[in-house]
Ligand binder design. Structure first.
Ligand code: 5GP
Ligand code: ZN
Length: 113
């Protein structure tokens, strides 16, 4: 989709710090991280909301998330992580291309992101 920043990263039209790729999904570092290692996992094709994604794409995306969570935590020596989706503008979704946040958390980091 034109004018979508995550489509532009997925098509390599703009630079993203890509950390993982599957057939249908891409993971890259958040440009404005809430914590070191804050990673976004997106479908390569444009879907605005969770229920817009076909099952195959959804399975690929969440499979990638499942695989990445421990790897992201290990990479930054985190104790845990917040894994979440803002699904729709009223829920805080600013980029209207489905993305899963993986935000590493640390015992002493002081609470909710
Ligand atoms: P949302 O509020 O839509 O759930 O989160 C959007 C996220 O995308 C934010 O954490 C923001 O920092 C990140 N973001 C916005 N533009 C870019 C970009 O151009 N590149 C990367 N890597 N992340 C972006
Ligand atoms: Zn898009």
């Amino acid at each position: 989709m034109s004018d979508c920043i995550f489509c532009a990263i997925a098509s390599r039209d703009i630079h993203g710090r890509i950390v993982h790729e599957t057939e249908h999904s891409l993971a890259f570092l958040d440009v404005n991280p809430l914590a070191p290692g804050h990673t976004l996992v997106v479908p390569k094709d444009h879907y605005a909301r969770l229920d817009d994604m076909p099952d195959e794409i959804s399975a690929d995306l969440f499979g990638a998330v499942d695989e990445l969570v421990p790897r992201v935590e290990d990479a930054v020596d985190a104790d845990a992580s917040n894994v979440g989706i803002n699904n729709g503008p009223a829920a805080g979704q600013e980029v209207e291309h489905v993305h899963v946040h993986i935000v590493p958390r640390f015992e002493d980091d002081g609470g909710s992101p």
